[in-house]
Design a protein around this ligand. Structure first.
Ligand code: ADP
Ligand code: MG
Ligand code: ZN
Length: 623
């Protein structure tokens, strides 16, 4: 056992209030304590911060945490301070005076952790401060930002490597990310020049998240219903464009919801204000583009709804994963419209220009983006377990059905689509005999639906015998059928453009009478949002059930305290902690410390208020 691990376990409870390590944390903490580099890959909400914060508390000296977003730093430092840990941050929001003061204190060894923006790392002032300090470890949060393969590449992250090499004594370095793809992981290790790092990848499953894909006829009406069923919770609604953010936010406000908005087109001051309103629970709904979220540690987000389909499953899982960090049940719902695919394809076609890429590189990037998009669209159309689909994507084993996603909970009916399948397959076959090569889904669909567009005419597809055989069908229906035929192995996607090609098996349907049955989901109703009936495994030990009324009272108290102390509510206690508290109903500080998520500093700071509230509730109930 690494020296200090025992102390680390004690501090885990004393400072952070946690009763034990979560998956991966112990190994990573132990390695850093013994001076070894680490790479930790855990899903959003998996608990990466503890992996470096705990060694930072135990080891002598000051830990540096490099983090991409200013808002994240401030929140993390606030949370650490409220847990009784000396911490500070250095970024562009500090005045010259504050900066000088923070540096002075850092020189004096006053902090256990200092969060720093990557832009600072090569400034002479900061380098000299680090020379005069004892650096216990360097943690690189959101480490995927260093990779050009990732979605969030930040050139400033490249400065980290130089900075590390120049430190008089190289401390252990820890890199942390939620991005699971291998290319990104390898990039991080290579570019940061980690030395024999201990790599820990925990499972990617988030059992407390419920996943579903809905296909509303009218998106906004559906959204309104989903949000109104979740009025007592905080939620994020992601939209593809700024314009959609504006209109959805305005509509929700007009319908009486406390919504606010966030996108890159707003003034910095408004963005800051809106984000704070959401984090402090003053506004319960955040409508945003994907500019919002990285570095938002708000743990009590009860749902994430995607109003449009994102560009990749990585992006989707990262964004949806912002729900339920506190381990409470939360919903991730995607509102799908087939048009989203076409919109995203158009954006891809326009991208990759003017970014200093050669034509060939740009083409490779676009091909990769199209592939990711296809996998995302397949998620929206699969009949199988949605969680299973995601875990497959990240290369993780899983049971066939999770029992906690829209598809697992829905009823399906089988529809015989053999005739339609024969028509589609023979259309693909005729196109190939006619042209000598295959075409993509759009061309096949246009031909079947009897389109008069110029491409169909120029290629002579209107002369084929299958032309117009599916006139009157929606493009979506043709696509769905094609997806099914791919899934069953009668068709495959081929080449860079993913053209539709026949497989050998297609002959079974075309010539030997094999039947094709399509599962049709009977309803796509909202099955999330149910009251937390069954709790996730984490709280099996509890004896009593949480009391709803007491929980509400504690939540109101938390809100009051948060405005008073000017810290976000979840920094005081998470929803999971309030829920545990309303079950255990402690009578004194000793019992309060038994509640999961209550450490000594917080018990001291807020204990009296919460104990009093519980006492009041008890009197009211008995009297
Ligand atoms: P990440 O950075 O991996 O997305 P965080 O470090 O922000 O996740 O942690 C997410 C949530 O999990 C926080 O609310 C944190 O308090 C909680 N958490 C972390 N470790 C533990 C643990 N060992 N036991 C209970 N809760 C934990
Ligand atoms: Mg984090
Ligand atoms: Zn499932």
């Amino acid at each position: 056992m690494a020296p200090g691990l025992e102390r680390a376990e004690a501090e885990l409870k004393r400072c952070f209030g946690h009763d034990g390590f979560r998956g991966g944390q112990r190994e990573l903490v132990e390695a850093l304590l013994s001076g070894r580099d680490v790479m930790g890959v855990m899903p959003t909400g998996g608990g990466k911060s503890i992996c470096y914060q705990l060694p930072a508390v135990v080891l002598p000296g000051t830990a540096l945490v490099i983090s991409p977003l200013i808002s994240l730093m401030k929140d993390q430092v606030t949370a650490l301070r409220s847990a009784g840990v000396a911490a500070a941050y250095i970024n562009s929001t500090l005045t010259a005076e504050e900066y000088a003061e923070t540096c002075e204190r850092m020189r004096g060894g006053r902090y256990k952790l200092v969060y720093v923006a990557p832009e600072r790392l090569d400034t002479a002032g900061f380098v000299s401060v680090t020379r005069d300090s004892q650096i216990s470890l360097v943690a690189v949060d959101e480490a995927h930002c260093i990779s050009q393969w990732g979605q969030d590449f930040r050139p400033s992250y490249l400065r980290i490597t130089d900075f590390l090499e120049k430190l008089p004594q190289r401390p252990p370095v820890g890199a942390f990310t939620a991005t699971a793809t291998r290319a990104v992981r390898e990039d991080v290790i290579r570019i940061l020049r980690l030395r024999r790092p201990l790599c820990v990848t925990t499972g990617f499953d988030r059992p407390n998240l419920y996943f579903d894909v809905l296909r509303p006829r009218e998106k906004y009406a559906m959204l309104r219903e989903l949000v109104s069923r979740r009025r007592d919770r905080s939620g994020i609604i992601y939209c593809a464009t700024r314009r959609t953010v504006e209109s959805v936010c305005a509509a929700l406000c007009a319908d009486g919801f406390e919504a606010t908005r966030y996108h890159a087109g707003l003034e910095a001051e408004e963005r800051r204000q809106n984000q704070e309103d959401f984090i402090y629970d003053r506004r319960s709904v955040m409508v945003a583009t994907n500019a919002f979220g990285m570095g938002i540690d708000k743990s009590n987000v009860g749902y994430v709804i995607h109003y449009n389909m994102p560009k990749s499953l990585e992006a989707y899982y990262q964004e949806a994963g912002r729900a339920g960090r506190d381990g409470e049940r939360a919903d991730c719902i995607l509102l799908f419209a087939p048009g989203d695919v076409a919109t995203a394809l158009r954006l891809i076609a326009l991208s990759g220009q003017g970014e200093g890429l050669s034509a060939r590189e740009a083409q490779a990037v676009r091909a990769r983006d199209r592939q990711r998009l296809r996998e995302m669209a397949d998620y929206c159309q699969t009949h199988g377990c949605l969680r299973g689909y995601i875990l497959d994507y990240f290369g993780q084993e899983h049971p066939e059905r999770c029992g906690n996603c829209g598809n697992c909970l829905a009823d399906f009916q089988e529809k015989d689509v053999t005739r339609e399948a024969q028509i589609l397959l023979s259309c693909v076959k005729r196109i190939h005999s006619h042209l000598g090569y295959y075409l993509g889904l759009t061309a096949v669909s246009d031909c079947l639906r009897g389109s008069k567009n110029s491409r169909t005419r120029e290629l002579g597809l209107d002369s084929l015998s299958t032309y117009g055989l599916m006139r009157g069908s929606r493009a979506e229906a043709v696509r769905e059928l094609a997806e099914l035929l791919i899934e069953r192995g009668y068709l495959e996607r081929d080449g860079e453009y993913g053209v539709l090609a026949l497989t050998e098996r297609a002959g079974e349907v075309l010539f030997r009478g094999e039947r094709v049955l399509m599962p049709v989901r009977l309803e796509r109703a909202d099955k999330g949002g149910a009251p937390t009936a069954k709790k996730p495994a984490a709280r099996r030990r509890e004896t009593a059930e949480p009391d709803g009324e007491l929980y509400e009272a504690l939540r109101m108290l938390r809100f009051r305290l948060s405005q008073e102390h000017r810290v976000p509510p979840y920094v005081i206690f998470s929803n999971a902690t309030l829920s545990d508290m309303s079950a255990k109903r402690p009578r004194n500080v000793r019992e309060l410390l038994e509640v999961s998520g209550v450490g000594e500093a917080k018990a001291q700071r807020y204990g009296e208020d919460f104990l009093k509230e519980i006492e009041n509730w008890r009197k009211k109930r008995n009297g």
